[in-house]
Each structure stands twice: as structure tokens, then as C-alpha cells.
Design a protein around this ligand. Structure first.
Ligand SMILES: Nc1ncnc2c1ncn2[C@@H]1O[C@H](COP(=O)(O)OP(=O)(O)OP(=O)(O)O)[C@@H](O)[C@H]1O
Length: 425
């Protein structure tokens, strides 16, 4: 890489006390006056204040935060398309960015001409582009449309072209603003594969996303921006966990949010039926499914379910046999989630997270059997969901969300929701 940061743990990007002020004028006239005289009435809006952090070679950082928290402004500052009002940025090596996708293209030029135009903006010479063009065109998969003006493209098509162009040559630092939110499933998968390969090769990646799942899977560290300031920065899981709690409380009815902030009180009666903070909207921990023509969940069989509505689990083990059809020859992954009947999560597991690939049954079918021995739950009503993923685990092909409720009666007396693994000393 350029810039002399060769060691694996070299700092490639350092933000020191970054601040960004946007000046808001009451009229275009006031703005013009400011430009000409340097003096005019304006209101000031600080989108970022005192943001400091550093990134090392090969790290992948996820930038999270509510709408308007300052994520895009931060990425633009780091990419150099916006200048900080305060603070400074130290960069090593070649930085490329995919920001406001496609916005850098000339609308009247064809897709192909925009490759040369856009390429020159990110330091790819005409000769090098001539060499890279077939690969970029193949990755973007736009076919005939490459000869049409970009203004005739859908936003998804512009994204494909922008991603293929910007990632044609591996940079030292890649900045991506919500690229994975656009485009179809097949293309998203190609993007994720390319990002993962870059990361393995030591590329540092900054990635802004509203998808906790992608952040969790791809990023080593997360930066939570709140009102333009760093709320938390550190290893992904604790930061994301804190942010998800913040989001849940924000979405919860006021009395629930208050209850969650208050010191815990003992709840009498059946814990599995007790209301709890965060029970607001039931949600899948995974991204929305992207249906595939062939891949699907064939069956989920829960052993030893007895009579009743909902049926009673007989025996102490919960054994789920999940049979799926994969996409072509690809080895799929499956997931399984247990929640209380009100949709409060208890556990969610997936084969790719645990290196437990499903077994092939032949003819494109796969099976996983998941056993929870001696189910450590309190008596109550529960609901389960099943998920089918692609080989990487990043794309959900199908979900059977909260498809089966069951009752469970614990044979032992046990207050509380679960019996956690524990030790007495
Ligand atoms: N050009 C601008 N002029 C004035 N204010 C701006 C400008 N760009 C952004 N802002 C303001 O700065 C704040 C941060 O905006 P920014 O787009 O960086 O947030 P964000 O976290 O990326 O939001 P989102 O998730 O909605 O994309 C917001 O209050 C926004 O209204």
C-alpha cells in the first residue's frame, strides 16, 4: 500500500476532534451576500462535534445512528468530499468512496463513458480503464444498458455501476454509504463477497448501514453517532447491543420505556407471561428475506408435541428438524429462534454462526437437527421461527416467522425466565 502503513496494525485513518457546521441562510439572497461579503445573518447547525477515532489496516467499522445523527456527513469528511469546520483527518494510502450512489455520474453520458469519466476522478487512467472495463461491465451486469445515458437508469442500476467502478481496484480504505440497502439480492451478495475479499486483503472498510445484521456480520468495530457526537466506539457487539436497546426504548410506548429505566422490581407469577421492556414490536434479528426461485424451507418438525391449542411439548428436550432446499449446488445455512409468545427474544441460532453446516440429503435438499437438551425454560407459552440463509449467511432466502406456538411446563420448580448455565462456589 502507499503511504508507508505496511504493518498489519498500522493506523490508516485518524479523525481528530472533527466538527462540521452547516450554515443555514433564510434566503438565497442572504447566502449570496455571505459569499460576496463574508458577512450575513445565518443560523448554525453543527452536524458533527468533536468526533475522534482511529482505524487500523484491515479493520471494518460500521457507523450507526438515528436519522440525522451525522453518519453521511462523517463519511463525506473522511472521503474528502466535504471539509471539516474543526479538527483534522490523517489518511494513509488510496481512499475511495461510494457516497450518495451514482450521484457522481454525468447524467447525459452513457454508462460506459461514465466509467472513463468516473474512473479519472478516482485516479484510474484511460489505459487502465480500458483493461478493467470488461470486468467492471461483467460485475455490474447491465448488458445493453451500458450504452444508454445514465439518466435513463433506475437507482438500482446506478448503484450497480457505481459499486462495480469504485471497487474495480482495491483501495487502502473503502467508504460505503448504505450501498447494501440498494440493489437486488444477487447483487448484494456479490457486493458482500467483494467487501469480504477486500477485508481479507487488508483493506480498511467504513460502512454506514441501517442493517444491524450486516454490521454485526461484517464489522469488527462500530461507531455510534448520536446528535453528531460519538456515543460509543468499540468492538461491534457491545456497541450494537447498546444501540439496539436505545432504539427499542425509543420505539416502545412511554410507560414501557420508563419501566425499563427504573430499577428492576420482582414480578410475581409466571415470568414467561410477564410483560417486559422491549416487548414492543416483534422483529426478526435478520435482514428481510429476499425470495429465491428455488431455495425454500421444506419443513420444520418439532418432536414430541402433544395435544392442545397451542400444543404442549412433552419431554424435556426441544428437538427441531429443519429441512430445506438450497440455491443450486450452494450449501445453505439455517437458523432457529425461540421467543416468548409475546415476541420477546430468548435465543436465536444459525448454522453459519456456529460452524454447523446442514447435511446434504441429495437432490438439493439439506437437513439440520437442532436439539436443546433439557430445555432450560420456565413454564409458559413460546413461539418459534425458522430461517433459510445462503452459503455466506448474509442473505435470508426465506423465513417462517413465529410460525408455531407451543406450551412448555418445566418439570422442576423454577422462578424466572430461563435457567442460565451457572456454578456455585
Ligand atoms: N448540506 C446541508 N446543509 C444543512 N444541513 C445539513 C446538510 N447536510 C446535512 N445536514 C444536517 O446535518 C445533520 C446530519 O445529517 P447527515 O445526513 O449527516 O445524517 P445521517 O446520520 O446520515 O442521517 P440519515 O440516516 O437520515 O441519512 C442533519 O440534521 C441534517 O439535517
Amino acid at each position: 500500500m502507499n503511504g508507508g502503513a505496511g504493518a498489519a496494525d498500522a493506523v490508516v485513518l485518524r479523525a481528530c476532534g472533527l466538527g462540521k457546521e452547516y450554515r443555514l441562510y433564510d434566503s438565497p439572497r442572504q447566502r449570496l451576500k455571505a459569499l460576496l461579503t463574508g458577512r450575513a445573518q445565518h443560523r448554525s447547525h453543527w452536524a458533527l462535534r468533536d468526533v475522534s477515532f482511529e482505524l487500523r489496516r484491515g479493520q471494518c467499522i460500521g457507523v450507526i445512528g438515528d436519522n440525522g445523527a451525522g453518519k453521511s456527513s462523517l463519511l463525506k469528511l473522511l472521503a474528502g468530499t466535504l471539509q471539516p469546520t474543526q479538527g483534522r483527518i490523517e489518511r494513509q494510502g488510496r481512499i475511495t468512496a461510494i457516497l450518495e450512489l451514482g450521484a457522481g455520474f454525468h447524467p447525459d453520458f452513457s454508462g460506459r463513458d461514465n466509467l472513463y469519466f468516473g474512473g479519472s476522478m478516482i485516479g484510474i487512467s484511460h489505459e487502465e480503464m480500458a483493461r478493467l472495463e470488461p470486468e467492471i461491465v461483467a460485475f455490474a451486469g447491465l448488458g445493453e444498458a451500458m450504452s444508454r445515458p445514465v439518466k435513463t437508469y433506475s437507482s438500482g442500476m446506478a448503484v450497480r455501476l457505481a459499486f462495480a467502478l469504485v471497487t474495480a481496484v482495491q483501495p487502502d480504505v473503502l467508504i460505503i454509504d448504505e450501498a447494501l440497502a440498494v440493489g437486488d439480492q444477487h447483487f448484494q451478495k456479490k457486493c458482500v463477497e467483494r467487501i469480504t475479499a477486500f477485508k481479507k486483503n487488508g483493506c480498511t472498510i467504513l460502512f454506514c448501514s441501517h442493517s444491524p445484521y450486516h454490521i454485526r456480520t461484517l464489522c469488527d468495530v462500530a461507531l455510534w453517532l448520536d446528535g453528531g457526537q460519538v456515543k460509543e466506539f468499540g468492538p461491534t457487539e457491545p456497541v450494537l447491543g447498546a444501540y439496539e436497546m436505545h432504539t427499542r426504548l425509543r420505539n416502545a410506548p412511554p410507560e414501557e420505556a420508563e419501566a425499563a429505566k427504573a430499577p428492576a422490581k420482582a414480578v410475581e407469577g409466571n415470568a414467561a407471561d410477564a410483560p417486559s421492556a422491549g416487548s414492543a414490536p416483534p422483529a426478526s434479528p435478520y435482514p428481510p428475506p429476499q425470495p429465491d426461485a428455488s431455495a425454500r424451507i421444506i419443513s420444520v418438525d418439532i418432536a414430541n408435541l402433544g395435544e392442545g391449542e397451542p400444543p404442549l411439548l412433552q419431554g424435556r428436550d426441544l428437538v427441531a428438524t429443519i429441512t430445506v432446499r438450497g440455491h443450486g449446488q450452494e450449501r445453505p445455512n439455517v437458523g432457529f429462534m425461540i421467543e416468548q409468545s409475546r415476541g420477546v427474544g430468548i435465543t436465536s441460532l444459525a448454522t453459519h454462526e456456529e460452524g454447523a453446516a446442514p447435511q446434504p440429503l441429495g437432490d438439493g435438499l439439506w437437513r439440520s437437527v437442532l436439539t436443546f437438551p433439557d430445555l432450560p425454560l420456565h413454564s409458559g407459552e413460546y413461539v418459534v421461527s425458522a430461517f433459510l440463509f445462503d452459503a455466506s449467511g448474509l442473505v435470508v432466502y426465506e423465513q417462517w416467522f413465529q410460525f408455531l406456538h407451543f406450551r412448555f411446563v418445566t418439570p422442576t420448580l423454577m422462578p424466572g425466565l430461563v435457567r442460565l448455565p451457572h456454578r456455585w462456589e
